[in-house]
Write a protein that binds this ligand. Sequence first.
Ligand code: BG6
Length: 457
Amino acid sequence: MITRLIVFGGTGDLAGRYLLPGLAALFGAGHLDARFEVVCADRTGRSQEEFREWVVAQLDRHAADLPSVARKAVAAATRYQRADIRNPDDVAAAIRGDGPIAVYLALPPAVFPAAVTTLHEVGLPTGSRIVLEKPFGEDLDSAENLNRLLADLVPERAVFRVDHFLAMTTVQNLLGSRLANRVLESIWNSAHISKVEIVWDETLTLEGRAGYYDHVGALEDMVQNHLLQLLCLIAMEPPITLSERDLRDRKVDVLRSVRPLTDADLPGRTRRGRYLAGRIGDREVPSYVDEQGVDPHRRTETFAEIELALDSWRWSGTTFVLRSGKALGADRKEVAVHFRPVPHMPFGHEGTAEPNVLRFGLDPESLSLELTSVGSTVGTLVPLTLTAQVQPPELPAYGRLLLDVFNGDPALSIRGDEAEQAWRVVSPIQSAWSRDLVPLDEYSAGSQGPADADHGR
Ligand code: BG6
């Protein structure tokens, strides 16, 4: 197991909000001990004192539910190092020490090529691993280029292109429900399933992340990675095992089967939007363009919806809707599997039945099945929902991902060809949107999003 982690971009939002709490969970659960070292590096040049205060504040804010002994263990294991990722001397100083290391690039995607080039120049100890945050690249060309640079640095098995959704409990439970049960498999196809919605609607707004988000937007922030990964787990053929090769081969098959959207398809099959000022609960929210750090000329979307078809024996005829938006009126984070209506309804005119829906709630984590039952009056039908809570996870998603990195298991990270295939799906949309083939709709913060979006129809 690797016992040294170097985080470049180590005092940013990602490190404070996710990585430090993930490490605290690992210390708390006994996966890491006092030998473990963390170096947080960035260009700003802080004193160790300032840094320690920042670490404690982040843990108090984002890991308050963990025992104080776990938070203290992270604070004790972590030190600051000033380093510019473009400067080989700085990088050499940051990674100096014995044994293999894990290098985490918690940096904007545009910096990845320069970062990997510097690491190549400096050289990593044998057995080291590299972790990259999503989005991997900015388009298909840049992802291919980055894959080439990485291939020169470390073997593919040592590259962790993380997608924290894959480590969420309900996402893991998609696999459990599909692969550890008999009942679903025989109806898991287009003969029985009309539509699958993969939805991440957030009430969250920009949250001060313009420096990152304004350069990517909803399509690259959510759809290209998290939502396409969910699509893979829903639609893949059952793998032989859940080892990295079997699982990732089957996921790549799904991405390869996505029918490319043409310019003619795009206006009917994709929607994009940007939020205007509004009210979410008791919060007044400014227009996206008035948020600090936003450049209105970028025309960054805060809402993206796409409808995909898969050209495969199992899924030809099923529609897959992938949607995510910020500043919406209500959180809706789920995968909803809509079954077709029954072929014959023998209940006469009084009987009406909604088609069945199986819902994998992603946050909060739950599982529910909407059935139809007979009502108390003869001949009537009523909806019936069976709901179950999913077992709470021992580790938060980032804790699980970091543990996999330290143990060298890349099954839950994205393989290089998988990242390229995901861009193959998204690139025609990026291109058409940049040419304004699809209008940039506006929606009020606190609403359901652009008027003509799917909204679970
Ligand atoms: C991140 C996106 O990857 O996932 C955010 O950049 C989004 O925009 C977030 O809000 C959602 O995941 P979580 O786990 O933070 O709720």
